[in-house]
Design a protein around this ligand. Structure first.
Ligand code: PLP
Ligand code: COI
Length: 354
């Protein structure tokens, strides 16, 4: 057991599992590194985090997470450059968003130093797990959930903050086919759509299963009111290119304020691409697909990076997007990953050394 500057105790594993991992064939988020960080909230305060071997945790059956779903999470990645230096991408934005989600779900906010110091120490300890293969990265999953006991439907008095690390390959395999959803809704005005709350994802599973049965991987969510506007996908914000203009929906109560989305906008401007942040109607996208002015659609997110959409389905019709030689998606993806891997100048000050 070691004690670090921040008094974070570190208990190291006796035997690493790294030799059991096939780093050339990593799926997304399905193997976990040797260690995790755990921090408890008790008696009205967050206690000092501990780093320990990755292990199962035990909870009371009455823990409120099981009954009332008080649970939030974040998604980030760590990258290694050619000199083996480790980088994070805009991690303070993830911390800020975690606390935005926490506030909405009546979870106590987490101090920045617990998040940042804990994260960096955990990554340093498991740095050999950061994949080197292009397209792979160390996916980071910080999350908070209610451990406090009781069936009373009110916020818990105890919580756990955990960070787990998962060396991961791409989120999607093969061409991405999405379905524009008109029956189910992901979120509503005044709801929790802008929070990264666990239940937001559970609520999507059933409609997504229906879409998967029809041959699509993801649902494109539209507004809950009239299903008139394209909002976001299950795990990504959405961009649409009509002629040479790149359009994305404005952030609202119903949409997650994606860090990839808000990084793409200034990069696109820097590339000389005209961008618009405005409501996108399903009607204009279908019309643009019919008349040939719809050039691209892509999803953007930490896990998905920039994932071009090959086909979208709407009212039983599939619309194929053209295969472009030089797409905005590929230009923007290169720009963003070159910043993330420290291969390009960090124009906007987004890279954060570990
Ligand atoms: N929208 C949803 C619903 C998501 O789950 C994600 C993934 O985190 C995003 C958008 C993209 O957000 P970010 O770019 O911060 O990962
Ligand atoms: C991420 O991109 O980090 C996400 O949180 C998406 C996740 C639901 C896989």
């Amino acid at each position: 057991m070691e004690t670090t500057m921040q008094n974070i105790s570190i208990e190291k594993t006796e035997k690493t599992k790294i030799d059991q991992v096939d780093f050339d064939n990593l799926a997304f988020g399905s193997v976990f590194t040797d260690h995790m960080l755990v921090c408890d909230y008790r008696n009205g305060a967050w206690e000092v985090p501990q780093i320990m071997p990755y292990q199962a945790i035990s909870l009371e059956p009455s823990a409120k997470i099981f009954h009332y779903g008080q649970s939030i999470f974040e998604g980030m990645k760590a990258y290694k450059d050619a000199d083996e230096k480790i980088w994070l991408f805009r991690p303070l934005e993830n911390h800020k968003r975690l606390n935005i989600s926490a506030k909405r779900m009546a979870i106590p906010e987490l101090p920045e130093e617990f998040f940042m110091d804990g994260l960096k120490q955990l990554i340093k300890l498991d740095e050999n797990w950061i994949p080197k293969k292009e397209g792979s990265a160390l996916y980071i999953r910080p999350f908070i959930f209610a451990t406090g006991k009781g069936f009373h439907a009110s916020p818990a008095d105890e919580y756990k903050f955990i960070i787990c690390l998962a060396p991961s390959g791409p989120y999607f395999s093969g061409k991405v086919k999405v379905l524009i959803e008109e029956k189910y809704s992901r979120s509503a005005n005044g709801g929790v759509g802008f929070a990264k709350a666990g239940g937001n994802y559970a609520g999507q599973f059933f409609p997504t299963q229906l879409a998967v049965k029809k041959g699509y991987q993801q649902v494109i969510w539209t507004d809950d009111h009239n299903h008139e506007f394209i909002e976001e996908a299950g795990a990504m914000n959405i961009f649409v290119r009509i002629n040479d203009t790149l359009i994305t929906a404005p952030i609202s109560d119903r949409i997650l304020d994606g860090i990839t989305r808000k990084s793409i906008l200034p990069i696109a401007e820097d590339e000389g691409i005209t961008t618009e942040v405005r409501k996108i109607t399903v009607g204009e996208v279908v019309e643009a697909a019919k008349n040939g002015s719809l050039k691209e659609m892509f999803g953007a997110g930490t896990a998905a990076v920039i994932s071009p959409i090959a086909t979208f389905g709407y009212r039983e019709v599939d619309y194929d997007l053209p295969e472009l030689e030089s797409s905005f998606a590929s230009r923007l993806k290169k720009r963003i990953i070159d910043i993330q891997y420290n291969r390009a100048e960090d124009l906007f000050g987004w890279r954060h050394g570990v």
